[in-house]
Design a protein around this ligand. Structure first.
Ligand code: GLA
Length: 693
């Protein structure tokens, strides 16, 4: 049983992980254990029942509570902060009952405020096979007056007390996403968050915490994510009593929610896990779960796509796209995607957003002639849209200037000449749903790239039915509704989430999008680090990577192709300018990619040498360990140099394997422990297939 009820407590067990908490002597839900699964139920520690520290810190301040609410002599970060209609601003949550639902591997803990009709349900679910625990919370107003929610986080995850820890997270900005950061956690609170309306390029709701000594292959790592595509907050706190915890959930910044009588507020879900086997194992756990349980098209191999953006920018028409499509098809491309510029009035980035029908000048006969051409070339057709946006110069904005997020008394700040439609409004949702549904119903569109090219300003919602600060959450719920409905109506379409590159990458969007456009930075050498950071969280099949001309002057095409082949391969260069030689190299790489992509897209990744080194390597191994593929990259290292050995990973130690280009069959143990040496020059790369014999 993944969930066991003990005396006053619960043990949640996955294949290898145990997680335990109790109702302690003072009635608090005290976290007692998170780590390697223990053999006996009696092995799990008893609650410590700490009493507080003189008159200045009460028991709540010292107790690692599963879900602390603001209240009492307690100043640690709470998960819940609200106020009641009579002005009372704290809550005193008491344990009422627990409900174990074995069939769902779920546990609901019911808490109730001691004096007010407020019901809080802590929901746990054990994903035993994936070694993950899921948490979310429901707050129910059982009273007759509204309650204003000011903070409702999804979970507080507790690490073993009195440890010295290091936090890994990703930071970034546009064209520079997913940069891995590692820093010690010291007393106080480290905050990571988004206030931008979306997940953001700047940080990601993911953490990995170790004791400062873990590496890719060994050492305990506690890690987690939040499944949400809007404002989020992560608080990594070390209390003044040496307790380390990570609180994760919706951002409470500028947030409020009017919870009317009988209504329920449900938080997004947070997933977390523990592994004794280092950062690599933590990533692979998240990847396996995401592939199997989150992604909409779980078993679909992603096609090699061509995207016309960097070749034609806004200058799209049947002629220009057809020329590119012909060359793309000859290279082995399977999906042709027309990017921005195809819709009504879209001559540049100053007009058109909002008017989602083909521009009559560029496409006088609609999209059909181009789609027919693409299909005749043996490819499927994809299209770019940016549904949440509107240019002031558009029919939509002229008709509904009140549909954007704004404060009526303020100037509306445009960014890239666009404003944001208020997706919290159902009339806006319905309009966009209708237009996109029509587009998909009338055209043979196999793929949609859903973009979002700015972040919020003047976050007003005039005439909001509740508190206007509900915008942050209702916008995302509206987005999920529109996208989810389109998915249901057009189940075969493959979707890509883009927000000026990787500005909206999270497990929430991956329930709708099959893949993520990782970054607008397509320079291969920059991509190595971006892709490595991305790989800590997301699986390779979600990592759309194009080869473009951005760094063609100093990086060989083969190197650029190899970098993109580490994910879901795409091409985005101006093919008309590619020489016959370049086309031959590209076609060869596309053909190779088609042979290895099932391993890349569905296999396990091992980061062998970080992209922080000028000589880096990674490999993918099929889940049955019968085959793999090794990628190695050398940027610039001054000669003379002996490249360090590469030690393979993830093979069966006693099975025999062959590595392409290296004579002789050796045991998995030999490849993993004696390693192999690669000879590659500056700005060169290699792809080696690995076979079990
Ligand atoms: C964003 C995307 C690009 C491209 C442009 C089109 O910047 O990230 O890939 O689609 O918009 O305007």
């Amino acid at each position: 049983m993944p969930i066991k009820t003990t005396k006053n407590g619960w043990i949640l067990e996955t294949r290898t992980v145990g997680y335990a908490f109790n109702v302690n002597d003072s009635g608090r839900l005290e976290h007692t254990y998170w780590g390697v699964r223990l053999p006996l139920d009696t092995d799990y520690p008893a609650p410590r029942n700490l009493k507080g520290w003189v008159s200045f810190s009460g028991p709540g301040h010292l107790t690692p509570e599963e879900y602390p609410a603001y209240g009492g002599v307690n100043y640690v970060e709470p998960c819940l902060k609200l106020h009641f209609a009579d002005g009372v601003r704290d809550s005193v949550l008491q344990f009422i009952s627990a409900e174990v639902r074995d069939g769902e591997a779920a546990l609901d803990i019911h808490l109730h405020d001691s004096d007010y009709p407020l019901h809080v349900v802590l929901h746990y679910r054990v994903h035993a096979d994936y070694d993950l625990i899921e948490r979310s919370v429901r707050v129910i107003n059982d009273g007759k007056t509204p309650v204003t929610l000011e903070r409702v986080l999804s979970a507080q995850w507790h690490l073993p007390a009195l440890g010295e820890y290091r936090l890994s997270h990703v930071s970034g900005r546009w064209a520079d996403e997913f940069q891995l950061q590692r820093e010690p956690l010291t007393v106080g609170v480290k905050t990571l968050e988004s206030r931008r309306l979306t997940t953001s390029h700047h940080a990601n709701p993911w953490f990995a915490i170790d004791r400062g000594q873990a590496d890719e292959y060994q050492g305990g790592v506690w890690f987690g994510v939040l499944e949400w595509s809007g404002n989020w907050k992560l608080l990594a706190e070390v209390t003044d009593f040496g307790s380390t915890r990570v609180s994760l959930g919706l951002n409470d910044w500028d947030f409020a929610w009017q919870l009317a009588p009988a209504e329920t507020f449900k938080t997004p879900v947070s997933y977390a896990g523990y592994t004794p086997d280092g950062f690599g194992a933590a990533s692979r756990t998240l990847h396996r779960f995401t592939r199997a349980e989150v992604l909409p098209h779980k078993d679909t191999i992603h096609k090699v796509l061509y995207n016309s953006w960097e070749a034609t920018l806004f200058d799209v028409d049947v002629k220009s796209q057809s020329k590119l499509a012909e060359i793309a098809a000859a290279l082995g491309v399977e999906l042709f995607v027309m990017d921005d510029g195809w819709f009504h009035g879209r001559k540049d980035d100053e007009a058109g957003l909002g008017d989602w029908w083909p521009d009559a000048k560029k496409f006088p006969n609609g999209l059909k002639p181009l789609i027919d051409k693409v299909q005749a070339l043996g490819m499927t057709f994809g299209l770019w849209v940016e549904p949440e946006m509107v240019n002031p110069d558009s029919d939509l904005y002229r008709a509904h200037p009140d549909w954007v997020i704004h404060f009526p008394t303020r100037k509306r700040t445009v960014a890239r000449n666009q404003l944001i439609l208020n997706f919290a409004r159902t009339d806006v949702q319905d309009y966009i749903l209708d237009k996109l549904d029509k587009l998909l119903a009338e055209n043979a569109i196999a793929f949609i790239k859903w973009d979002m090219n700015r972040n919020v300003s003047e976050p007003g919602w005039p005439n909001a039915p509740g508190d206007p600060r509900e915008l942050w959450v209702r916008y995302v719920q509206g987005l999920y509704r529109v996208w989810g409905t389109l998915r249901e109506r057009h189940p075969d379409v493959i979707w890509q989430s883009c927000s000026g590159g990787g500005g909206r990458a999270d497990l929430g969007i991956l329930r709708l999008a099959d893949q993520i456009w990782v970054s607008d930075n397509t320079e291969a050498t920059a991509r190595l680090a971006i892709q490595e950071g991305f790989s800590h969280i997301f699986p390779a099949n979600t990592m759309e990577a194009w080869v473009t001309d951005a760094d063609a002057a100093h990086v060989p095409l083969e190197f650029r192709m190899h970098v993109s082949m580490c994910g879901s391969l795409g091409i985005g260069g101006d093919l008309l300018k590619w020489t016959a030689d370049e086309r031959k190299i590209a076609a060869g790489c596309v053909a190779l990619y088609k042979q290895i992509r099932h391993i890349v897209q569905f296999g396990d990744v091992y980061r062998l040498r970080s992209a922080a080194h000028a000589f880096s390597a990674l490999m993918y191994v099929a889940s049955d360990q019968t085959e793999g593929v090794l990628f190695a990259f050398r940027t610039h290292i001054a000669e003379p140099v002996s490249l360090p050995p590469v030690y393979l990973r993830g093979l069966q130690a006693d099975a025999l394997y062959e590595v392409e280009g290296i004579t002789g069959t050796r045991s998995g143990a030999a490849w993993m422990h004696a390693g192999l040496t690669l000879q590659i020059g500056n700005m060169a790369s290699t792809v080696r297939r690995i076979w079990k014999r």
